[in-house]
Design a protein around this ligand. Structure first.
Ligand code: XLS
Ligand code: CA
Ligand code: CA
Length: 448
């Protein structure tokens, strides 16, 4: 990747060099210890496996404000009063950061990139302008767009939902935004397009016709799919499950719920899932569970790589630093054949108390190294450990004889009854959970 060509008007992260791989023994906080982009693991480079993306919203838009106090981060690119000029500066800051960090991808919402105008037409014009500039910067840096999306949850008009709003006029505004965001994603060569239904849900069932709202959502997504295909979008549409926050109940609760919804509405051919770690924990699941459910349904599209806080129930969007989590995640991703249009998007934010310019780099370096180690360990487990064979062996009674007939649909319930009566009490077979858990730890420790 070329050196950062956008420092000129202003350098936003002075003193930070291009981040290099220095190896496990390095004490340099601004260096990778595990992520070595060109290193080949299981047939592909780390860069090709992991497909890291930086998200625009947490990194360049959010200033650390929370419901109890204002922002704490200094964001010099937001200083100008003219919102379009400020958006141009933000783009410079973002591409400076991307290129210094050395990630291949980025992600955005329409309103991250350009401000909302006074009318639909003005919003479209401003977005188009910023998309043109982003296209130029992509060209000069080699950066690629992992996915685009529309923010149809922040503006007050969406307080009762976007595509599921009880007021059709609001649905039309959501459509205008999604159309423009799809145009932007196609113009920038985006690999995927995400729908996160932040306000698609309800706060009170007494005033909500949930059946009608879900039908509207299915119709809306079908329209978006048809429009996207008509303008040449060849990538994957993604639904990002999340059970709550901001709404009390959101329709896209978890991977299995969304898989059922996609099938019901004939969308499963074009749509897959964007699984976020923190949303899995909010749904009462593990990250690995959500990934496995998505993969088993043939719907694992992409990942929002972050983590929650086990002590509370918020969407804390912390950077992923838990190695055990990333090992489990990469086991599912590798066994699923790896990412195609998806990747690992850091939908994560530095803490409100982390106010140095370098903190954003440290956060991403930590997340990238944790996933790189997860990749190395998962590849080692899949290639060299007895884990997969052991798991297969547990189901060996279905590989032949009557077990095979059962899987092939050749037996009825009464047949099974007769087999039980004739066969007597089955021997107990240990699940060996302690052994498999120890095995994972042994591989975590031994993998270099
Ligand atoms: C919010 C979501 C959001 C989506 C994109 O909780 O994670 O950021 O990823 O709209
Ligand atoms: Ca997310
Ligand atoms: Ca989140």
């Amino acid at each position: 990747m070329s050196a950062n060509p956008h420092i000129g008007r202003q350098e936003y992260f002075p003193g930070i060099p291009k981040i290099a791989y220095e190896g496990a023994e390095s004490d340099n906080p601004l260096a990778f210890k595990a992520y070595d982009a060109g290193r080949v693991v299981a047939g592909k480079t780390m860069e090709e496996h992991l497909r890291f993306a930086v998200c625009y919203w947490h990194s360049f838009c959010a200033d650390g404000g929370d419901p109890f106090g204002p922002g704490t981060r200094k964001l010099p690119w937001k200083a100008k009063a003219d919102p379009v000029a400020a958006a141009e500066d933000k783009l410079d800051a973002a591409f400076e950061f991307f290129t210094k960090l050395g990630v291949p991808f980025w992600c955005f919402h329409d309103r991250d990139l350009a401000p909302e105008g006074a009318s639909v037409a003005e919003s479209e014009k401003w977005l188009q302008h910023l998309v043109d500039l982003a296209g130029e910067r992509q060209k000069s840096t080699g950066m690629k767009l992992l996915w685009g999306t529309a923010n149809v949850f922040s503006h007050p008009r969406y307080m009762n939902g976007a595509s599921t709003n009880p007021d059709f006029n609001v649905v039309t505004h959501a459509a205008a935004q999604v159309k423009a965001a799809l145009d932007a994603t196609v113009a920038l060569g985006g690999r995927s397009y995400v729908f996160w239904g932040g306000r698609e849900g309800y706060a009170c069932l007494f005033n909500t016709d949930a059946k009608r709202e879900l039908e509207h959502m299915g119709r809306f997504l079908g329209m978006a799919r048809d429009y996207g295909r008509s303008i040449g979008f060849k990538g994957t549409f993604l639904i990002e499950p999340k059970p709550m926050e901001p709404m009390y109940h959101q329709y896209d609760v978890d991977a299995q719920t969304v898989a059922g919804f996609l099938r019901e509405h004939g969308l499963a051919g074009d749509f897959k899932l964007n699984v976020e770690a923190n949303h899995a924990t909010l749904a009462g699941h593990s990250f690995a569970h959500e990934l496995q459910m998505a993969a088993d349904a043939g719907l694992l599209g992409s990942i929002d790589a972050n983590r929650g806080n086990p002590q509370n129930g918020w969407d804390t969007d912390q950077f992923p630093t838990d190695l055990y989590d990333t090992v489990q995640a990469m086991l599912v991703v590798l066994a699923d054949g790896g990412f195609k249009d998806g990747g690992l998007n850091f939908d994560a934010k530095v803490r409100r108390e982390s106010t140095d310019g370098e903190d954003l780099f440290l956060a991403h370096i930590g997340g990238m190294d944790t996933f790189a180690r997860g990749l190395l360990i998962a590849a080692n487990i899949l290639e060299n450990s007895p884990l997969a064979d052991f798991r297969k062996q547990r189901y060996a009674s279905f590989d032949s004889g009557k077990g095979r007939d059962f899987e092939d649909g050749k037996l009825g319930l009464a047949d099974l009854r007769d087999l039980a009566a004739a066969g007597g009490e089955p021997d107990k077979v240990s699940g060996k959970q302690e052994w498999v858990e120890n095995l994972i730890n042994d591989y975590i420790f031994r993998t270099k």
